[in-house]
Design a protein around this ligand. Structure first.
Ligand SMILES: Nc1nc2c(ncn2[C@@H]2O[C@H](COP(=O)(O)OP(=O)(O)O)[C@@H](O)[C@H]2O)c(=O)[nH]1
Ligand SMILES: [Mg+2]
Length: 214
């Protein structure tokens, strides 16, 4: 998928304040500092689209970006930085919870996890919760440039084992690096495959010839 336009649409702290659902939405979630903003910038090819910050927990809004006027990329608040219980970390934000369960145009979730780390319970609890919401989701292992291929592979295998143990079934597992651009084509292509087909302009060759039926 070629990114022609990527524009900020809205940032809203409350589900009730969200604009009416329109285009298909793809939501990105993950612990603070996992590399979510960097990935969004990498996918869209815009350096400053999602504000990248070293300070955890800065993004506290449901942020929506219009991509090619065809789909919406939704950046959800990070979780996992607050010193609260595991269950509270899952229930980190009532409005995000409502968004994930209620938003009619939400197609898919992308759960980000750091490829440098072994699977964290926080990530697994979140995957479990996405699944309980009946939201199809994929896992994206981030920051692969920061470690060796062997470590990424090892952590992927551990993730697969942990997911199986928790009876979790992400649709796909992607690897990415915001630094090198790894994973960009795969993720964009995958999203493209889930969008309604573009309406084609009428022109030569667009009419089906039914003469053979006569
Ligand atoms: N080397 C490398 N650093 C990354 C990558 N993704 C994010 N980072 C760094 O990790 C930190 C957190 O990234 P950010 O995108 O703000 O994470 P967020 O809190 O999940 O939005 C920043 O210092 C980024 O520069 C990556 O793929 N490779
Ligand atoms: Mg961020």
């Amino acid at each position: 998928m070629k990114i022609d336009t990527a524009e900020f649409r809205f940032g809203c702290p409350h589900y009730d304040g969200l604009p009416a659902a329109s285009l298909p939405e793809f939501a990105f979630v993950g612990r603070s500092n996992v590399g979510k903003s960097s990935l969004i910038n990498m996918l869209t090819g815009r350096k400053e689209l999602a504000h990248t910050s070293r300070k955890p927990g800065k993004t506290r809004c449901i942020n929506c970006f219009d991509i090619n006027h065809r789909w919406h990329l939704v950046d959800l608040p990070g979780y996992g930085y607050a010193k609260v219980s595991k269950m509270k970390q899952i229930d980190f934000n009532r409005d995000v919870s409502t968004y994930l369960t209620e938003r009619s145009t939400l197609e898919q979730g992308f759960l980000l996890a750091d490829s440098q780390l072994e699977p964290l319970d926080q990530d697994l609890y979140f995957a479990q919760w996405l699944q309980e919401c009946d939201l199809p989701y994929s896992l994206i292992l981030t920051k692969t440039d920061r470690t060796t291929n062997a470590t990424v592979y090892n952590h992927k295998v551990k993730f697969e084992a942990a997911l199986a143990e928790w009876k979790l079934k992400p649709t796909e597992i992607f690897h990415c690096s915001a630094k090198s651009g790894k994973g960009r084509n795969e993720i964009l292509q995958w999203i493209d495959g889930r969008l309604p087909r573009k309406s084609k302009k009428k022109g030569k060759g667009s009419t089906i010839n039914l003469n053979w039926m006569k």
